[in-house]
Design a protein around this ligand. Structure first.
Ligand SMILES: Cc1ncc(COP(=O)(O)O)c(C=O)c1O
Length: 405
């Protein structure tokens, strides 16, 4: 099987081992040095180690490693910074934003006023001029910068300038790209933002989980939180526990500490660079075969195939590709005429195949497999023969977490 889901990866066996370790047995409500359960001396050391590794990797003043995943991390940010019905600006889901950045069916869209900002009509990239205009008009209290299906670099300096102009918190969601940031192939938002959130299981190749980085002090404390006795870092911590969560998943924190050590090595830097080279090579090979890509290409680890002018939906193509052993997810494209449950796009990502050791040459072959299936989507013989070829093709590569056991 070829795993081309942009949000997935193969964690190392060391990370998986820590995830399944005896730390799963321990309750540790609270934070290092201030627990509500006894017997946490080693857990305190472990959580402090994960926090310090994160701070060092990203150059952050504060880190919280307890969020159960990316969505709870984002929920904690809302709790720490805003009151109900405050205005929140984010990239809408169909244009590449995440559910938690203000979407009607999500708490972020029902409990807060969502102010979407959009893409440039032609380039399909974030239109920072329009973002500024909307922010000046709406004066949101929080601006999200980040996304789940956005194949280009985010301009953190531009969004920081806009946020400061309108007294808004700026929060980067780096769930997808945290590994690329650590590897130095995507800019680091930490110095531009009040808060940064992430998952730990995508390009950074850690366990299923989340983390939050922040400044210690709140630059808008006097304006928005004049009666709070807690600074920004403490408010983030208190939002995670006790406001939203109970006991942290200590086994996940152990695995995160392992993953962060791996991410600090020169080989992870090489890995991050290869992720981007591979995504670009896959994009080029698909463009050569006549496919349309949202924004015309990629700067990061993902690409979005725009299939609006093809006979089937994104969902139908993803199902056909899966029959041929190519695992993707269907995804909305900007201006998508189809329902989110069907869509007109497919999102592809290079982190997992890069973890297997594949390089540009293999991306050209993967594009050929995809093309074969998409040209004859209903030919079961094609599915079966591509599936066999994919299986053969994959045998030359190791799968971290499986081959290295
Ligand atoms: C940008 C972004 N933020 C947050 C999340 C939420 O993470 P989780 O699924 O772990 O809750 C995702 C997940 O895909 C994401 O892409």
């Amino acid at each position: 099987m070829l795993k081309l889901i942009a949000s997935e990866n193969f964690a190392s066996s060391a990370v998986l081992e820590a995830t399944g370790s005896i730390f799963a047995n321990k309750y540790a409500e609270g934070y290092p040095g201030a627990r509500y359960y006894a017997g946490n001396e080693i857990v305190d050391e472990l959580e402090t180690l994960a926090i310090e590794r994160l701070k060092a990797l990203f150059g952050s003043e504060h880190a919280n490693v307890q969020p159960y995943s990316g969505s709870p991390a984002n929920q904690a940010v809302y709790r720490a910074l805003l009151s109900a019905r405050d205005k929140v600006m984010g990239l809408p889901l169909p244009e590449g934003g995440h559910l938690t950045h203000g979407w009607p069916v999500n708490f972020s869209g029902t409990d807060y006023q969502r102010i979407p900002y959009g893409l440039h009509e032609k380039t399909k990239q974030i239109d920072y001029d329009r973002l500024r205009e909307t922010a000046r008009r709406e004066r949101p209290k929080l601006i999200w910068v980040g996304g789940t299906a956005y194949p280009r670099v985010f301009d953190y300096a531009a969004t920081a300038e806009i946020a400061s102009e309108v007294n808004s918190y700026l929060v980067a969601d780096i769930a997808h790209i945290s590994g690329l940031i650590v590897a130095g192939v995507h800019p680091n938002p930490v110095h531009h933002c009040d808060v940064v959130t992430s998952t730990s299981h995508k390009s950074i190749r850690g366990p299923r989980g989340g983390f939050i980085l922040s400044k210690n002090e709140d630059r808008y404390q006097a304006l928005y939180h004049p009666t709070s006795k807690y600074n920004l870092a403490r408010r983030i911590d208190r939002a995670v526990f006790p406001q939203l969560q109970g006991g942290p998943h200590v086994h996940t924190i152990a695995a995160l500490a392992v993953a962060l050590q791996e991410a600090a090595t020169p080989s992870f830097r090489t890995y991050g660079h290869q992720i981007v080279r591979n995504a670009k090579a896959l994009a080029e090979a698909l463009l050569d075969r006549g496919y349309d890509l949202v924004t015309g290409g990629t700067d990061n680890h993902m690409l979005i195939l725009d299939l609006r002018d093809r006979p089937l939906s994104g969902k139908a193509y993803a199902e056909r590709l899966a029959k041929a052993g190519i695992i993707t997810n269907f995804n909305m494209v900007p201006g998508d005429p189809r329902d989110p449950a069907v869509t007109s796009g497919i999102r592809l990502g290079s982190p997992a195949v890069t973890s297997m050791g594949m390089r540009e040459r293999e991306m050209v072959q993967i594009a050929a497999f995809i093309d074969l299936v998409c040209r004859q989507p209903d030919d079961e013989e094609v599915h079966a023969s591509v599936r066999r070829d994919v299986a053969d093709f994959c045998t030359a590569f190791d799968v971290p977490g499986i081959s290295d056991r």
